[in-house]
Design a binder for this molecule. Structure first.
Ligand code: RIB
Length: 312
């Protein structure tokens, strides 16, 4: 299946294993308190999901990208497949059926910040057996990127399925306890502030250590490298091979909607690492991609091309 017309094996810059959701988005002046009802904007329905978002972001930048995911046999599933195909993503690994397509209920406030509740649907039916059946895709991929909107045992099987010389990038979102063999395979582990605090067990400790300290401490949990994203403040990167911790600044932009910006960042980072860039250089490119992605509405619709990143 993964051969071109001359039977030469196809190589993918990036294989994304993860979720595909229909994003149901409402703009709100403020989020309701428990027991309260607020009125919001008209409903918008966008293709989303952390896995599907990463695949579209990478392909739009020019990466040869494949997606391994599961959607329902329904209108949302068709919307997601169409957006992948429009972006040029290889969708032979997108399985159809078993449950309705995943749905994300998203509110976006005037500052562009979002809150998300996901109903996993078909994403929860992406099994370790589905990963084992996709051996040719894993053998063809330089980098494999995973997140946690699919079952943890599926993520663990993906980590075990890496071909020699390929690299695993994990964004543990939404955060969950990670098995040691998954953590030690990460190169890098990509976390935002909330995910970093969760892994470090300091969720309520807002006066705790500085982000530079978390980044170094996260390395001691096993990953080969760590990237901490800090929104408008850029990112911190630390490589276990050098133990250096480097801050990468972000360009200043006017944020409209932050949905999917982290996915665009991670996809860009994973792609550039696969091309052989070092962690700081790949992160310097990725923060520009993430910054561009917050300037438009929705997740995938706001992801930039390489030319748009260069013009930022
Ligand atoms: O990271 C943003 C994504 O999170 C949204 O597209 C939504 O589907 C949820 O998965």
């Amino acid at each position: 299946m993964y051969e071109n017309e001359d039977s030469a094996p196809v190589r993918y810059d990036l294989l994304v294993v993860g979720s595909a959701n229909a994003d149901l988005v409402i703009g709100v002046d403020r989020r309701p308190a428990p027991g309260e009802t607020v009125l919001g904007s008209d409903l918008a329905v966008h293709p989303g999901g952390k896995g599907a978002n990463q695949a579209v972001a990478a392909a739009r930048l020019g990466a040869r990208t494949a997606l391994l995911a599961r959607v329902g046999d329904d209108a949302h599933g068709r919307l997601l497949l169409e957006s992948q195909q429009d972006a040029g993503v290889e969708t032979g690994g997108v399985l159809v059926g078993g449950a309705p397509t995943g749905v994300a209920l998203i509110t976006v406030d005037p500052s562009g910040d979002n809150s998300i509740v996901v109903s996993p649907g078909a994403n929860a039916r992406l099994t370790p057996e589905d990963i084992k059946a996709a051996g040719p895709l894993f053998r063809a991929a330089r980098v494999v990127s995973v997140q946690l909107e699919v079952p943890l045992e599926t993520v663990a099987e993906a980590a075990r399925s890496l071909a020699p010389g390929s690299r695993l990038v994990l964004n543990p979102s939404p955060p969950a306890p990670l098995p040691e063999d998954v953590l030690t395979a990460c190169d890098p582990l990509v976390v935002n502030e909330h995910e970093a605090r969760y892994i470090l067990g300091i969720l309520g400790d807002t006066a705790g250590p500085a982000p530079e300290d978390w980044t170094r401490t996260l390395l001691t949990h096993g990953p080969r490298s760590v990237v901490v994203t800090l929104g408008a403040a850029g990112a911190l990167v630390a490589d276990g091979r050098t133990a250096d911790c480097v801050r990468v600044p972000s360009p200043e932009v006017d944020a409209v909607d932050t949905t999917g910006a982290g996915d665009a960042f991670t996809a860009a980072l994973a792609w550039r690492l696969g091309l052989g860039e070092d962690l700081a250089a790949a992160a310097a490119f990725a923060v520009r991609v993430g910054a561009a992605a917050v300037t438009g509405q929705g997740a995938q619709a706001s992801f930039p091309t390489a030319a748009e990143v260069a013009a930022l």
